[in-house]
Ligand binder design. Structure first.
Ligand code: AMP
Ligand code: MG
Length: 373
């Protein structure tokens, strides 16, 4: 497949600001930009319409928050989640702080809505496939019997009980020893949602948080003086360097993409990527990338992961069940599937789509039966 390389901006950040950057009458526009390295990726924070000192302070607050969440929520470096996982594996209750309790509840709710295809409790499987390390895994796929044993144990978020404690935080107990938490499928979205909240609390109304192409826009993103036009975010081509399309962001929207090109290894010519189908315990194989546009960053991130697992037949039902309206998937052959709402928002990039495009209306949502928290 030959695809034109668009070469959008440096460092792989597929974000193009239409607004901002211009000098008016020699006065610098109130735009503040800073790039952090957190959550294993570069996070660019652009703040509009605030004096530099205030914007710098707000950025420092966000940096501190994201670094804390990265440490607390890490799936394999010692922290709050590894401690919780050790307690669950030993059949003991554990205590978590209020923020982690909230993200656990959100994860359980999203997992239930996704019919278990988004399942942050499958940490043991993700680890078994070798993705609990910074470097790409080596040594090929794991023993099928070990995979089957973990699948048979049915690790599920819905098996967690999260009871609020009077002194804050929560007590977590699990109905089995199988759940091992890995927030990788929605940590970025959940964290950027909290970062957006922190910015608002610091008086920032227009900002963009860009985590390696996964973007959350606060307010209009770039509507400060000197800007005034919306942000346009590119959706990466899963087969080549460049973009397949772009989306003009509206106030408060998030655009998240899951891709089989992000973390993977190859064995005997087969790609094994980091998104695992909880039903088989094996990497989801059919979807190259899936993108969700939503007003809720955590849901956008979780749904992008869930739709990759669901595949070309089931994704529309899962999107409907999760309450997502705008989604686009590209399968391994380059076929494109999009909801009408997503289709209406995308502008194809220069060379167009990698394959035939199917616009798929969303079916009615099923009402999932989820246990009470
Ligand atoms: P993302 O790039 O948002 O799709 O997240 C992928 C990451 O989520 C992986 O690296 C795992 O840490 C985790 N993960 C893998 N499979 C799943 C799944 N089915 N549900 C939830 N999280 C998953
Ligand atoms: Mg995700």
């Amino acid at each position: 497949m030959t695809r034109r390389r668009l070469g959008l901006l440096a460092a792989g950040l597929v974000l193009a600001a239409l607004g901002g950057g211009a000098l008016r009458g020699g006065i610098a526009p109130p735009e503040h930009r800073e790039t952090l390295y957190v959550f294993g990726t570069l996070v660019e924070i652009v703040i509009h319409g605030r004096p530099q000192a205030e914007a710098a302070r707000a950025t420092a607050d966000v940096a501190h928050l994201l670094e804390t969440l990265h440490r607390d929520w890490h799936a394999w470096r010692p922290g709050e989640i590894t401690a919780l996982n050790a307690a669950i594996a030993a059949g003991r209750p554990a205590q978590v702080d209020a923020r982690t309790a909230a993200v656990l509840r959100r994860g359980r709710e999203l997992s239930c809505a996704a019919g278990g295809l988004f399942e942050p409790a499958i940490g043991a499987l993700v680890g078994l496939w070798g993705f609990h390390q910074d470097a790409p895994p080596e040594g090929g796929p794991p023993d099928p019997a070990a995979v089957a044993a973990l699948v048979a144990a049915r690790p599920r978020m819905t098996d967690l009980r999260i009871e609020p404690l009077p002194e804050g935080g929560a007590r977590v107990t699990a109905a089995s020893r199988a759940p091992q938490l890995d927030f990788g499928g929605f940590a970025k979205g959940a964290a950027l949602a909290l970062a957006a909240e922190a910015l608002r609390a610091d008086g920032v109304e227009d900002a963009v948080l860009n985590a390696g192409g996964d973007v959350t826009v606060l307010g209009r993103g770039g509507s400060g003086p000197g800007a005034g036009r919306p942000w346009r975010v590119a959706i990466r081509d899963p087969f080549a360097w460049g973009a397949v399309a772009s989306v003009e962001m509206r106030p408060g929207e998030s655009l998240y993409t899951s891709g089989n090109y992000e973390r993977f290894f190859e064995a005997a010519g087969v790609r094994f990527a980091h998104i695992i189908d909880p039903r088989t315990g094996r990497p989801a194989a059919e979807i190259a990338s899936s993108t969700v546009l939503d007003t809720d960053a955590a849901r956008a991130d979780a749904a992008a992961t869930a739709l990759s697992v669901a595949g070309p037949e089931a994704w529309a039902q899962v999107a409907a069940d999760m309450g997502v309206e705008a989604a686009m998937l590209i399968d391994g052959r380059g076929r494109v599937f999009a909801t009408p709402a997503m289709m209406a928002r995308m502008t194809p990039a220069g060379e167009g789509w990698p394959g035939p495009v199917a616009v798929v209306p969303l079916p009615p949502a099923a009402t999932p039966v989820c246990p009470a928290p």
